[in-house]
Design a protein around this ligand. Structure first.
Ligand code: GTP
Length: 603
Protein backbone atom coordinates (compact mmCIF):
# COMPACT_ATOMS: atom_id res chain seq x y z
CA UNK A 1 0.00 0.00 0.00
CA UNK A 2 1.17 3.54 -0.77
CA UNK A 3 2.46 5.32 2.31
CA UNK A 4 3.38 8.66 0.76
CA UNK A 5 0.76 10.37 2.94
CA UNK A 6 2.35 9.18 6.23
CA UNK A 7 4.64 11.40 8.34
CA UNK A 8 6.27 10.06 11.49
CA UNK A 9 7.95 12.58 13.79
CA UNK A 10 9.00 13.37 17.33
CA UNK A 11 9.14 16.59 19.33
CA UNK A 12 12.45 16.95 21.14
CA UNK A 13 13.84 19.67 23.39
CA UNK A 14 15.43 20.54 26.69
CA UNK A 15 13.28 20.02 29.82
CA UNK A 16 10.23 22.27 29.98
CA UNK A 17 10.74 23.99 26.63
CA UNK A 18 7.14 23.13 25.78
CA UNK A 19 7.00 19.77 23.93
CA UNK A 20 3.81 18.52 25.53
CA UNK A 21 2.12 21.92 25.19
CA UNK A 22 2.95 22.01 21.46
CA UNK A 23 1.58 18.46 21.20
CA UNK A 24 -1.67 19.77 22.78
CA UNK A 25 -2.03 22.36 20.00
CA UNK A 26 -1.31 19.75 17.31
CA UNK A 27 -3.98 17.50 18.81
CA UNK A 28 -6.41 20.43 18.70
CA UNK A 29 -5.55 21.70 15.21
CA UNK A 30 -5.97 18.22 13.78
CA UNK A 31 -9.22 17.68 15.73
CA UNK A 32 -7.74 14.56 17.30
CA UNK A 33 -8.99 15.71 20.70
CA UNK A 34 -12.22 17.54 21.08
CA UNK A 35 -11.62 20.93 22.74
CA UNK A 36 -14.12 19.95 25.50
CA UNK A 37 -11.84 17.08 26.49
CA UNK A 38 -8.60 18.98 26.16
CA UNK A 39 -6.43 19.48 29.24
CA UNK A 40 -2.89 20.90 29.42
CA UNK A 41 -0.10 18.44 28.55
CA UNK A 42 -2.74 15.94 27.40
CA UNK A 43 -0.18 13.29 26.44
CA UNK A 44 1.33 13.24 29.94
CA UNK A 45 -1.14 10.59 31.04
CA UNK A 46 0.67 9.08 34.03
CA UNK A 47 -0.54 10.41 37.37
CA UNK A 48 3.07 11.09 38.31
CA UNK A 49 3.75 13.07 35.11
CA UNK A 50 0.82 15.35 35.87
CA UNK A 51 1.77 15.69 39.53
CA UNK A 52 5.41 16.55 38.82
CA UNK A 53 4.77 18.43 35.57
CA UNK A 54 7.40 16.43 33.68
CA UNK A 55 7.24 13.88 30.90
CA UNK A 56 8.65 10.50 31.88
CA UNK A 57 7.36 8.32 29.06
CA UNK A 58 7.31 8.88 25.35
CA UNK A 59 3.72 9.12 24.12
CA UNK A 60 2.68 8.24 20.56
CA UNK A 61 -0.46 9.61 18.92
CA UNK A 62 -1.89 9.36 15.40
CA UNK A 63 -3.48 12.43 13.89
CA UNK A 64 -5.25 12.92 10.55
CA UNK A 65 -4.80 16.26 8.83
CA UNK A 66 -5.70 17.15 5.24
CA UNK A 67 -5.60 13.50 4.11
CA UNK A 68 -2.24 12.99 5.81
CA UNK A 69 -1.56 10.57 8.63
CA UNK A 70 0.69 12.24 11.17
CA UNK A 71 2.24 9.96 13.78
CA UNK A 72 3.70 12.06 16.56
CA UNK A 73 5.75 10.84 19.51
CA UNK A 74 6.08 13.27 22.41
CA UNK A 75 9.32 12.65 24.33
CA UNK A 76 10.73 13.37 27.80
CA UNK A 77 13.35 16.12 28.26
CA UNK A 78 15.29 14.95 31.33
CA UNK A 79 18.59 13.12 30.59
CA UNK A 80 17.60 10.17 32.82
CA UNK A 81 14.91 9.34 30.25
CA UNK A 82 17.02 9.71 27.13
CA UNK A 83 16.62 5.98 26.37
CA UNK A 84 12.92 6.74 25.77
CA UNK A 85 13.98 9.44 23.30
CA UNK A 86 16.47 7.25 21.45
CA UNK A 87 13.81 4.57 20.90
CA UNK A 88 11.33 7.15 19.65
CA UNK A 89 13.95 8.57 17.25
CA UNK A 90 14.42 5.14 15.68
CA UNK A 91 10.70 4.92 14.90
CA UNK A 92 10.35 8.17 12.91
CA UNK A 93 11.72 10.12 9.94
CA UNK A 94 11.59 13.65 11.34
CA UNK A 95 12.02 15.73 14.50
CA UNK A 96 10.82 19.13 15.65
CA UNK A 97 13.61 20.64 17.72
CA UNK A 98 12.00 23.10 20.08
CA UNK A 99 13.80 25.91 21.92
CA UNK A 100 12.17 28.03 24.60
CA UNK A 101 12.73 31.64 23.52
CA UNK A 102 13.18 32.70 27.14
CA UNK A 103 15.98 30.16 27.71
CA UNK A 104 17.75 29.63 24.39
CA UNK A 105 19.75 26.53 23.55
CA UNK A 106 20.34 24.38 26.63
CA UNK A 107 22.37 21.26 27.34
CA UNK A 108 19.57 18.88 26.39
CA UNK A 109 18.85 20.85 23.20
CA UNK A 110 22.36 19.96 22.05
CA UNK A 111 22.15 16.33 23.22
CA UNK A 112 18.77 15.77 21.52
CA UNK A 113 19.86 17.55 18.34
CA UNK A 114 22.95 15.38 17.93
CA UNK A 115 20.95 12.21 18.64
CA UNK A 116 18.38 13.12 15.96
CA UNK A 117 21.12 14.03 13.50
CA UNK A 118 22.90 10.74 14.09
CA UNK A 119 19.65 8.95 13.32
CA UNK A 120 19.51 10.80 9.98
CA UNK A 121 16.21 12.54 10.71
CA UNK A 122 14.91 15.66 9.01
CA UNK A 123 15.12 18.30 11.76
CA UNK A 124 12.73 21.25 11.79
CA UNK A 125 13.73 24.03 14.19
CA UNK A 126 11.18 26.05 16.15
CA UNK A 127 11.45 28.64 18.91
CA UNK A 128 8.58 28.32 21.33
CA UNK A 129 6.87 30.67 23.81
CA UNK A 130 7.01 33.43 21.18
CA UNK A 131 4.11 35.03 23.09
CA UNK A 132 6.81 36.04 25.62
CA UNK A 133 9.20 37.34 22.94
CA UNK A 134 8.52 41.00 23.71
CA UNK A 135 10.58 40.67 26.85
CA UNK A 136 13.15 38.31 25.35
CA UNK A 137 15.42 38.58 22.37
CA UNK A 138 13.87 36.11 19.93
CA UNK A 139 16.14 37.17 17.06
CA UNK A 140 19.22 36.00 18.91
CA UNK A 141 17.72 32.64 19.84
CA UNK A 142 16.49 32.06 16.28
CA UNK A 143 19.94 32.85 14.90
CA UNK A 144 21.61 30.44 17.32
CA UNK A 145 19.17 27.64 16.54
CA UNK A 146 19.57 28.17 12.78
CA UNK A 147 23.33 27.95 13.22
CA UNK A 148 23.06 24.75 15.22
CA UNK A 149 20.80 23.05 12.70
CA UNK A 150 22.61 24.51 9.72
CA UNK A 151 19.57 26.14 8.14
CA UNK A 152 18.46 29.65 7.18
CA UNK A 153 17.19 32.11 9.80
CA UNK A 154 13.83 32.19 7.97
CA UNK A 155 13.44 28.43 8.20
CA UNK A 156 13.13 28.51 12.00
CA UNK A 157 9.48 28.53 13.04
CA UNK A 158 8.30 31.05 15.60
CA UNK A 159 5.54 29.46 17.57
CA UNK A 160 3.62 29.54 20.80
CA UNK A 161 2.36 26.26 22.13
CA UNK A 162 0.25 28.30 24.49
CA UNK A 163 -1.59 30.58 22.04
CA UNK A 164 -1.25 28.40 18.94
CA UNK A 165 0.61 31.12 17.00
CA UNK A 166 2.64 29.62 14.14
CA UNK A 167 1.43 26.05 14.74
CA UNK A 168 -0.53 25.89 11.47
CA UNK A 169 2.62 26.76 9.49
CA UNK A 170 4.56 24.18 11.47
CA UNK A 171 1.99 21.53 10.49
CA UNK A 172 2.44 22.45 6.86
CA UNK A 173 6.23 22.16 7.24
CA UNK A 174 5.87 18.71 8.84
CA UNK A 175 3.97 17.54 5.76
CA UNK A 176 6.21 19.26 3.21
CA UNK A 177 9.63 18.66 4.73
CA UNK A 178 9.57 15.36 6.60
CA UNK A 179 9.92 12.45 4.17
CA UNK A 180 7.35 9.64 4.11
CA UNK A 181 8.47 6.26 5.51
CA UNK A 182 11.08 4.62 3.33
CA UNK A 183 11.15 0.95 2.47
CA UNK A 184 13.88 -0.96 4.29
CA UNK A 185 15.00 -3.17 1.46
CA UNK A 186 15.97 -6.62 2.67
CA UNK A 187 19.41 -7.83 1.96
CA UNK A 188 18.34 -11.40 1.28
CA UNK A 189 18.74 -13.86 -1.54
CA UNK A 190 15.02 -14.68 -1.73
CA UNK A 191 12.56 -12.17 -2.95
CA UNK A 192 9.64 -12.31 -0.58
CA UNK A 193 6.52 -10.29 -0.73
CA UNK A 194 4.06 -9.46 2.01
CA UNK A 195 6.65 -9.87 4.71
CA UNK A 196 5.59 -7.64 7.60
CA UNK A 197 8.10 -6.60 10.21
CA UNK A 198 7.38 -4.44 13.21
CA UNK A 199 9.92 -2.96 15.63
CA UNK A 200 8.81 -2.98 19.27
CA UNK A 201 9.74 0.42 20.69
CA UNK A 202 7.67 0.25 23.87
CA UNK A 203 5.27 -2.05 25.72
CA UNK A 204 2.84 -2.16 28.60
CA UNK A 205 0.59 -4.60 30.40
CA UNK A 206 -3.16 -4.86 30.01
CA UNK A 207 -5.13 -7.23 32.28
CA UNK A 208 -7.45 -8.25 29.42
CA UNK A 209 -5.29 -8.06 26.29
CA UNK A 210 -2.03 -9.23 27.85
CA UNK A 211 1.19 -7.51 26.86
CA UNK A 212 0.68 -4.75 24.32
CA UNK A 213 3.61 -3.80 22.10
CA UNK A 214 3.95 -0.29 20.66
CA UNK A 215 5.35 -0.83 17.19
CA UNK A 216 6.64 0.83 14.08
CA UNK A 217 5.94 -1.26 10.97
CA UNK A 218 8.85 -1.30 8.55
CA UNK A 219 8.29 -2.11 4.96
CA UNK A 220 10.41 -4.47 2.95
CA UNK A 221 9.08 -3.07 -0.25
CA UNK A 222 5.78 -4.95 -0.57
CA UNK A 223 2.32 -4.49 0.91
CA UNK A 224 3.41 -5.22 4.43
CA UNK A 225 0.56 -4.49 6.73
CA UNK A 226 -0.34 -6.40 9.89
CA UNK A 227 -3.90 -7.60 10.45
CA UNK A 228 -5.83 -8.75 13.46
CA UNK A 229 -5.62 -12.55 13.73
CA UNK A 230 -2.28 -12.77 11.85
CA UNK A 231 0.07 -15.53 13.00
CA UNK A 232 3.29 -13.82 13.94
CA UNK A 233 6.55 -14.45 15.71
CA UNK A 234 8.81 -12.56 18.10
CA UNK A 235 12.24 -13.06 16.60
CA UNK A 236 14.54 -12.65 19.63
CA UNK A 237 12.15 -14.33 22.08
CA UNK A 238 11.40 -17.07 19.51
CA UNK A 239 7.75 -17.02 20.54
CA UNK A 240 4.74 -17.39 18.26
CA UNK A 241 1.35 -15.81 18.84
CA UNK A 242 -1.81 -14.77 17.04
CA UNK A 243 -2.48 -11.03 17.02
CA UNK A 244 -5.37 -10.54 19.43
CA UNK A 245 -6.04 -6.94 18.51
CA UNK A 246 -4.17 -4.11 16.85
CA UNK A 247 -4.69 -0.50 16.07
CA UNK A 248 -3.49 3.05 16.59
CA UNK A 249 -2.93 5.47 19.44
CA UNK A 250 -5.57 8.15 19.33
CA UNK A 251 -3.94 8.63 21.92
CA UNK A 252 -6.09 5.99 23.64
CA UNK A 253 -5.91 2.56 22.02
CA UNK A 254 -8.17 2.53 18.95
CA UNK A 255 -8.59 -0.91 17.33
CA UNK A 256 -8.39 -0.75 13.56
CA UNK A 257 -8.13 -4.26 12.15
CA UNK A 258 -4.79 -3.46 10.46
CA UNK A 259 -1.63 -1.34 10.74
CA UNK A 260 -0.18 -0.15 7.47
CA UNK A 261 3.42 -0.41 6.51
CA UNK A 262 5.37 2.65 7.65
CA UNK A 263 2.92 3.35 10.46
CA UNK A 264 3.08 3.49 14.24
CA UNK A 265 0.52 1.53 16.24
CA UNK A 266 0.02 -1.20 18.81
CA UNK A 267 -0.23 -4.97 18.73
CA UNK A 268 -1.98 -6.80 21.58
CA UNK A 269 -0.08 -10.06 21.94
CA UNK A 270 -2.30 -11.89 24.44
CA UNK A 271 0.96 -13.02 26.09
CA UNK A 272 1.02 -12.72 29.87
CA UNK A 273 4.67 -13.43 30.68
CA UNK A 274 6.57 -10.10 30.77
CA UNK A 275 9.83 -11.97 30.11
CA UNK A 276 8.70 -12.73 26.54
CA UNK A 277 8.63 -9.16 25.30
CA UNK A 278 11.93 -7.42 24.70
CA UNK A 279 12.09 -3.82 23.58
CA UNK A 280 13.86 -3.70 20.23
CA UNK A 281 12.63 -7.19 19.25
CA UNK A 282 11.01 -7.63 15.83
CA UNK A 283 7.53 -9.01 15.29
CA UNK A 284 7.47 -10.81 11.96
CA UNK A 285 4.89 -12.56 9.88
CA UNK A 286 6.68 -15.47 8.29
CA UNK A 287 4.91 -16.44 5.09
CA UNK A 288 7.32 -18.98 3.78
CA UNK A 289 8.47 -21.76 6.09
CA UNK A 290 11.71 -22.06 4.09
CA UNK A 291 13.05 -18.71 5.33
CA UNK A 292 14.80 -18.21 8.61
CA UNK A 293 12.96 -15.47 10.48
CA UNK A 294 16.15 -14.63 12.42
CA UNK A 295 17.64 -13.18 9.25
CA UNK A 296 14.98 -10.48 9.20
CA UNK A 297 15.43 -8.99 12.65
CA UNK A 298 15.38 -5.19 12.60
CA UNK A 299 18.47 -3.54 14.14
CA UNK A 300 16.72 -3.06 17.51
CA UNK A 301 18.35 -1.06 20.29
CA UNK A 302 21.51 -1.40 22.29
CA UNK A 303 20.69 -2.17 25.93
CA UNK A 304 20.98 0.87 28.19
CA UNK A 305 23.63 0.48 30.89
CA UNK A 306 22.42 1.14 34.43
CA UNK A 307 24.68 3.53 36.30
CA UNK A 308 22.96 3.95 39.66
CA UNK A 309 22.15 0.98 41.87
CA UNK A 310 19.64 0.87 44.70
CA UNK A 311 18.18 -2.13 46.50
CA UNK A 312 14.42 -2.19 46.94
CA UNK A 313 12.69 -4.19 49.68
CA UNK A 314 8.96 -4.58 50.31
CA UNK A 315 7.71 -2.61 53.34
CA UNK A 316 6.43 -5.95 54.62
CA UNK A 317 8.14 -9.28 53.89
CA UNK A 318 4.75 -10.74 52.85
CA UNK A 319 4.68 -8.31 49.92
CA UNK A 320 7.81 -9.71 48.25
CA UNK A 321 5.88 -11.42 45.43
CA UNK A 322 3.85 -8.24 44.83
CA UNK A 323 7.09 -6.27 44.48
CA UNK A 324 8.50 -8.85 42.06
CA UNK A 325 5.33 -8.78 39.99
CA UNK A 326 5.21 -5.00 39.95
CA UNK A 327 8.85 -4.72 38.87
CA UNK A 328 8.29 -7.21 36.04
CA UNK A 329 5.27 -5.31 34.77
CA UNK A 330 6.96 -1.95 35.18
CA UNK A 331 9.94 -3.20 33.18
CA UNK A 332 7.61 -3.76 30.23
CA UNK A 333 6.90 -0.05 30.27
CA UNK A 334 10.39 1.01 31.32
CA UNK A 335 12.92 -1.11 29.52
CA UNK A 336 15.81 0.83 31.07
CA UNK A 337 15.00 -0.84 34.39
CA UNK A 338 17.24 -3.73 35.46
CA UNK A 339 16.80 -5.87 38.54
CA UNK A 340 17.99 -9.03 40.23
CA UNK A 341 17.26 -10.75 43.54
CA UNK A 342 18.96 -9.38 46.64
CA UNK A 343 18.95 -10.03 50.39
CA UNK A 344 19.42 -7.73 53.36
CA UNK A 345 19.69 -8.87 56.99
CA UNK A 346 17.41 -6.08 58.18
CA UNK A 347 14.97 -5.86 55.32
CA UNK A 348 14.87 -9.43 54.06
CA UNK A 349 14.36 -10.42 50.43
CA UNK A 350 14.34 -7.71 47.82
CA UNK A 351 15.86 -6.63 44.52
CA UNK A 352 18.95 -4.80 43.45
CA UNK A 353 17.72 -2.39 40.80
CA UNK A 354 19.84 -0.60 38.20
CA UNK A 355 18.80 2.88 37.00
CA UNK A 356 19.90 5.44 34.45
CA UNK A 357 20.13 8.19 37.06
CA UNK A 358 18.83 9.47 40.37
CA UNK A 359 15.56 10.84 39.00
CA UNK A 360 14.95 7.51 37.27
CA UNK A 361 15.30 5.82 40.68
CA UNK A 362 12.97 8.28 42.44
CA UNK A 363 10.35 8.03 39.70
CA UNK A 364 10.48 4.22 39.76
CA UNK A 365 9.88 4.08 43.53
CA UNK A 366 6.92 6.42 43.08
CA UNK A 367 5.51 4.51 40.09
CA UNK A 368 5.66 1.25 42.07
CA UNK A 369 3.57 2.87 44.76
CA UNK A 370 1.13 4.80 42.56
CA UNK A 371 0.59 2.32 39.73
CA UNK A 372 1.01 -0.98 41.58
CA UNK A 373 0.26 -0.09 45.21
CA UNK A 374 3.67 -1.45 46.32
CA UNK A 375 5.63 0.57 48.87
CA UNK A 376 9.36 0.03 48.93
CA UNK A 377 12.19 0.68 51.32
CA UNK A 378 15.49 1.38 49.64
CA UNK A 379 19.21 1.52 50.37
CA UNK A 380 21.45 4.47 49.50
CA UNK A 381 21.94 4.97 45.74
CA UNK A 382 25.38 3.76 44.71
CA UNK A 383 27.47 3.48 41.56
CA UNK A 384 29.41 0.41 40.37
CA UNK A 385 33.01 0.44 41.61
CA UNK A 386 35.87 -1.43 40.05
CA UNK A 387 38.38 -3.01 42.42
CA UNK A 388 41.71 -4.64 41.86
CA UNK A 389 42.65 -7.39 44.27
CA UNK A 390 45.45 -9.91 43.81
CA UNK A 391 45.92 -8.67 40.28
CA UNK A 392 42.28 -9.29 39.31
CA UNK A 393 39.63 -6.71 38.49
CA UNK A 394 36.06 -7.01 39.69
CA UNK A 395 32.99 -4.76 39.40
CA UNK A 396 31.13 -4.25 42.68
CA UNK A 397 27.63 -2.82 42.40
CA UNK A 398 26.69 -3.12 46.06
CA UNK A 399 28.97 -1.33 48.57
CA UNK A 400 28.28 -4.11 51.09
CA UNK A 401 30.09 -6.54 48.74
CA UNK A 402 33.26 -4.48 48.79
CA UNK A 403 36.08 -6.42 50.51
CA UNK A 404 37.73 -4.72 53.48
CA UNK A 405 41.05 -4.57 51.71
CA UNK A 406 41.97 -4.31 48.06
CA UNK A 407 44.91 -3.06 46.03
CA UNK A 408 43.05 -0.36 44.16
CA UNK A 409 39.56 1.03 43.68
CA UNK A 410 38.26 3.04 40.74
CA UNK A 411 34.98 4.78 40.21
CA UNK A 412 32.91 5.65 37.12
CA UNK A 413 33.57 9.11 35.72
CA UNK A 414 31.43 11.32 33.52
CA UNK A 415 32.08 14.06 31.02
CA UNK A 416 29.66 16.78 31.99
CA UNK A 417 28.55 19.72 29.84
CA UNK A 418 27.01 22.68 31.59
CA UNK A 419 25.41 25.61 29.77
CA UNK A 420 24.75 28.75 31.80
CA UNK A 421 24.52 32.52 31.37
CA UNK A 422 28.08 33.92 31.53
CA UNK A 423 27.30 35.84 34.75
CA UNK A 424 27.08 32.59 36.68
CA UNK A 425 30.48 31.22 35.68
CA UNK A 426 32.07 32.27 38.99
CA UNK A 427 29.33 30.63 41.05
CA UNK A 428 29.54 27.41 39.07
CA UNK A 429 33.30 27.34 39.52
CA UNK A 430 32.71 27.32 43.27
CA UNK A 431 31.21 23.85 42.91
CA UNK A 432 34.48 22.58 41.46
CA UNK A 433 36.10 21.39 44.69
CA UNK A 434 33.01 19.98 46.30
CA UNK A 435 32.03 17.86 43.31
CA UNK A 436 35.53 16.82 42.26
CA UNK A 437 35.35 18.53 38.84
CA UNK A 438 38.58 18.31 36.86
CA UNK A 439 39.93 19.22 33.42
CA UNK A 440 37.50 22.11 33.18
CA UNK A 441 37.21 23.92 29.88
CA UNK A 442 34.97 26.77 28.84
CA UNK A 443 33.66 28.00 25.51
CA UNK A 444 31.67 31.16 24.87
CA UNK A 445 28.25 30.84 23.22
CA UNK A 446 26.92 34.41 22.76
CA UNK A 447 25.82 35.43 26.29
CA UNK A 448 26.15 31.92 27.60
CA UNK A 449 29.04 29.74 28.43
CA UNK A 450 29.58 26.06 27.81
CA UNK A 451 31.57 24.44 30.60
CA UNK A 452 32.93 20.95 30.10
CA UNK A 453 34.53 18.95 32.89
CA UNK A 454 35.23 15.49 34.15
CA UNK A 455 33.75 14.42 37.47
CA UNK A 456 32.82 11.27 39.42
CA UNK A 457 29.36 9.90 38.66
CA UNK A 458 28.82 9.43 42.40
CA UNK A 459 28.96 13.22 42.84
CA UNK A 460 26.30 13.69 40.21
CA UNK A 461 23.91 11.43 42.10
CA UNK A 462 24.48 13.25 45.38
CA UNK A 463 23.02 16.75 45.32
CA UNK A 464 24.80 18.18 42.27
CA UNK A 465 21.55 18.95 40.45
CA UNK A 466 20.15 21.01 43.34
CA UNK A 467 23.42 22.82 43.98
CA UNK A 468 23.87 23.74 40.31
CA UNK A 469 20.32 25.07 40.18
CA UNK A 470 20.76 27.14 43.31
CA UNK A 471 24.10 28.72 42.30
CA UNK A 472 22.74 29.62 38.84
CA UNK A 473 19.26 30.74 39.91
CA UNK A 474 17.92 27.80 37.92
CA UNK A 475 19.49 28.96 34.63
CA UNK A 476 22.22 26.34 34.25
CA UNK A 477 21.48 23.06 32.50
CA UNK A 478 23.63 19.99 32.09
CA UNK A 479 24.12 16.83 30.13
CA UNK A 480 26.58 14.03 30.73
CA UNK A 481 27.94 10.77 29.44
CA UNK A 482 30.04 8.09 31.06
CA UNK A 483 33.71 8.41 30.26
CA UNK A 484 35.23 5.38 31.99
CA UNK A 485 36.81 4.47 35.34
CA UNK A 486 39.41 6.38 37.32
CA UNK A 487 41.29 5.30 40.45
CA UNK A 488 40.31 7.25 43.53
CA UNK A 489 40.94 7.43 47.23
CA UNK A 490 37.69 5.88 48.39
CA UNK A 491 36.87 4.19 51.66
CA UNK A 492 34.16 1.80 52.71
CA UNK A 493 32.24 3.07 55.73
CA UNK A 494 30.03 0.84 57.78
CA UNK A 495 27.75 1.68 60.63
CA UNK A 496 27.67 -0.35 63.85
CA UNK A 497 24.83 -0.15 66.33
CA UNK A 498 25.55 -1.70 69.71
CA UNK A 499 28.68 -3.20 68.18
CA UNK A 500 26.96 -4.92 65.26
CA UNK A 501 27.17 -3.78 61.61
CA UNK A 502 23.89 -2.71 60.07
CA UNK A 503 23.41 -4.22 56.63
CA UNK A 504 22.25 -1.71 54.05
CA UNK A 505 24.04 1.28 55.58
CA UNK A 506 27.40 0.57 53.97
CA UNK A 507 28.65 3.39 51.76
CA UNK A 508 31.72 4.19 49.71
CA UNK A 509 32.95 7.73 50.36
CA UNK A 510 35.95 9.79 49.21
CA UNK A 511 38.65 9.97 51.91
CA UNK A 512 38.41 13.75 52.21
CA UNK A 513 34.68 13.65 52.93
CA UNK A 514 34.54 10.61 55.14
CA UNK A 515 34.84 12.27 58.57
CA UNK A 516 32.04 14.71 57.80
CA UNK A 517 29.75 12.02 56.39
CA UNK A 518 30.48 9.71 59.34
CA UNK A 519 29.57 12.44 61.83
CA UNK A 520 26.39 13.29 59.96
CA UNK A 521 25.35 9.65 59.93
CA UNK A 522 25.91 8.86 63.61
CA UNK A 523 24.16 12.06 64.66
CA UNK A 524 21.20 11.27 62.46
CA UNK A 525 20.99 7.74 63.85
CA UNK A 526 21.13 9.07 67.39
CA UNK A 527 18.05 11.18 66.65
CA UNK A 528 16.14 8.42 64.92
CA UNK A 529 16.85 5.16 66.76
CA UNK A 530 14.57 4.40 69.71
CA UNK A 531 16.09 4.09 73.18
CA UNK A 532 16.50 0.63 74.69
CA UNK A 533 16.96 -0.82 78.19
CA UNK A 534 20.70 -0.56 77.60
CA UNK A 535 22.82 2.23 76.17
CA UNK A 536 23.65 1.87 72.47
CA UNK A 537 26.84 2.95 70.84
CA UNK A 538 26.46 4.17 67.28
CA UNK A 539 29.75 4.00 65.45
CA UNK A 540 31.01 4.72 61.98
CA UNK A 541 33.79 2.30 61.12
CA UNK A 542 36.35 2.60 58.34
CA UNK A 543 38.77 -0.32 58.03
CA UNK A 544 38.61 -1.43 61.72
CA UNK A 545 38.90 2.18 62.88
CA UNK A 546 36.01 3.99 64.56
CA UNK A 547 35.94 7.50 63.14
CA UNK A 548 32.72 8.81 64.69
CA UNK A 549 30.66 7.78 67.68
CA UNK A 550 27.48 8.76 69.47
CA UNK A 551 25.69 7.03 72.33
CA UNK A 552 22.00 6.67 72.88
CA UNK A 553 21.49 6.47 76.65
CA UNK A 554 19.48 3.61 78.13
CA UNK A 555 15.86 4.07 79.12
CA UNK A 556 15.86 5.13 82.75
CA UNK A 557 14.03 2.98 85.22
CA UNK A 558 14.23 3.94 88.88
CA UNK A 559 14.61 0.44 90.37
CA UNK A 560 15.15 1.80 93.86
CA UNK A 561 12.33 4.33 93.68
CA UNK A 562 10.00 2.42 96.01
CA UNK A 563 12.56 2.48 98.84
CA UNK A 564 11.84 5.52 100.97
CA UNK A 565 14.32 6.96 103.35
CA UNK A 566 17.89 6.21 103.85
CA UNK A 567 18.56 2.47 103.34
CA UNK A 568 21.53 3.36 101.12
CA UNK A 569 23.10 -0.11 101.04
CA UNK A 570 19.82 -1.67 99.84
CA UNK A 571 19.59 0.92 97.06
CA UNK A 572 23.22 0.33 96.05
CA UNK A 573 22.51 -3.37 95.77
CA UNK A 574 19.54 -2.76 93.47
CA UNK A 575 21.51 -0.35 91.27
CA UNK A 576 24.38 -2.80 90.99
CA UNK A 577 21.96 -5.54 90.00
CA UNK A 578 20.41 -3.24 87.37
CA UNK A 579 23.84 -2.38 85.95
CA UNK A 580 24.72 -6.05 85.69
CA UNK A 581 21.41 -6.79 84.00
CA UNK A 582 21.98 -4.06 81.45
CA UNK A 583 25.47 -5.35 80.71
CA UNK A 584 24.04 -8.80 80.14
CA UNK A 585 21.31 -7.37 77.93
CA UNK A 586 23.87 -5.45 75.91
CA UNK A 587 25.83 -8.65 75.39
CA UNK A 588 22.72 -10.31 73.98
CA UNK A 589 21.60 -7.17 72.21
CA UNK A 590 20.52 -7.58 68.67
CA UNK A 591 19.24 -4.16 67.91
CA UNK A 592 16.43 -4.69 65.47
CA UNK A 593 16.06 -1.77 63.12
CA UNK A 594 12.52 -1.76 61.86
CA UNK A 595 11.74 -1.14 58.20
CA UNK A 596 10.09 2.14 59.17
CA UNK A 597 13.24 3.38 60.92
CA UNK A 598 15.41 2.20 58.05
CA UNK A 599 13.31 4.31 55.71
CA UNK A 600 13.88 7.38 57.91
CA UNK A 601 17.64 6.77 57.98
CA UNK A 602 17.90 6.59 54.20
CA UNK A 603 15.75 9.69 53.73
P1 GTP B 1 9.21 17.93 29.79
O1 GTP B 1 8.55 16.91 28.93
O2 GTP B 1 9.05 17.65 31.22
O3 GTP B 1 10.63 18.17 29.39
O4 GTP B 1 8.41 19.36 29.52
P2 GTP B 1 7.87 19.90 28.12
O5 GTP B 1 8.97 20.23 27.20
O6 GTP B 1 6.83 18.95 27.57
O7 GTP B 1 7.17 21.28 28.54
P3 GTP B 1 5.65 21.55 28.85
O8 GTP B 1 4.80 21.47 27.63
O9 GTP B 1 5.26 20.70 30.02
O10 GTP B 1 5.72 23.08 29.26
C1 GTP B 1 6.53 23.57 30.31
C2 GTP B 1 5.95 24.86 30.82
O11 GTP B 1 6.01 25.86 29.82
C3 GTP B 1 4.47 24.74 31.21
O12 GTP B 1 4.26 25.52 32.35
C4 GTP B 1 3.75 25.33 30.02
O13 GTP B 1 2.51 25.90 30.37
C5 GTP B 1 4.71 26.41 29.56
N1 GTP B 1 4.59 26.68 28.12
C6 GTP B 1 4.68 25.78 27.12
N2 GTP B 1 4.56 26.38 25.92
C7 GTP B 1 4.39 27.70 26.18
C8 GTP B 1 4.22 28.88 25.35
O14 GTP B 1 4.19 28.82 24.13
N3 GTP B 1 4.10 30.07 26.00
C9 GTP B 1 4.14 30.20 27.34
N4 GTP B 1 4.02 31.41 27.85
N5 GTP B 1 4.30 29.13 28.14
C10 GTP B 1 4.42 27.91 27.57
Amino acid sequence: MDNSNIRNFVIISHIDHGKSTLADRLLEFTNTIDSRHMKPQFLDSLELERERGITIKMAPVRMIYNDYILNLIDTPGHPDFSYEVSRALAAVEGAILLVDVTQGIQAQTLAKFYAAKKQGLKIIGAVNKIDLAKTFNAEKQIKELAELIGCQFEEIHKISGKTGEGVQQLLTAIINEIPPPKALILNYQFSISNFGRALIFDSFYDDHKGIIASVRVFSSGGGDEFKSGDDVQLIAANEKFKIKELGYFSPKLKPSGKIMNGEIGYIATGLKDPEKIKIGDTIIRCQASSVRCQDFALPGYSEPKPVVFVSFYPDDADNYEDLKNALQKLKLNDSALNFEADFNEVLGRGFKVGFLGKLHFEITAERLEKEFGVEVINTFPSVAYKIKKNGEFKIVENPADLPDDFDEISEPMINIEIIAPTDYLGNIFQLKENFGMENIETKNMAERILITAEMPLSELISDFDDKLKSVSAGFASFNYELSGYKTADLKKMQILVAGKPVAGLVRVIPEEKIEREARKMVEKLKDILPRQQFSQAIQAEVGNRIIARETIPALKKDVAGYLYGGDRSRKMKLWKKQKKGKKKLLGMANVKISAEIFKKIIQ
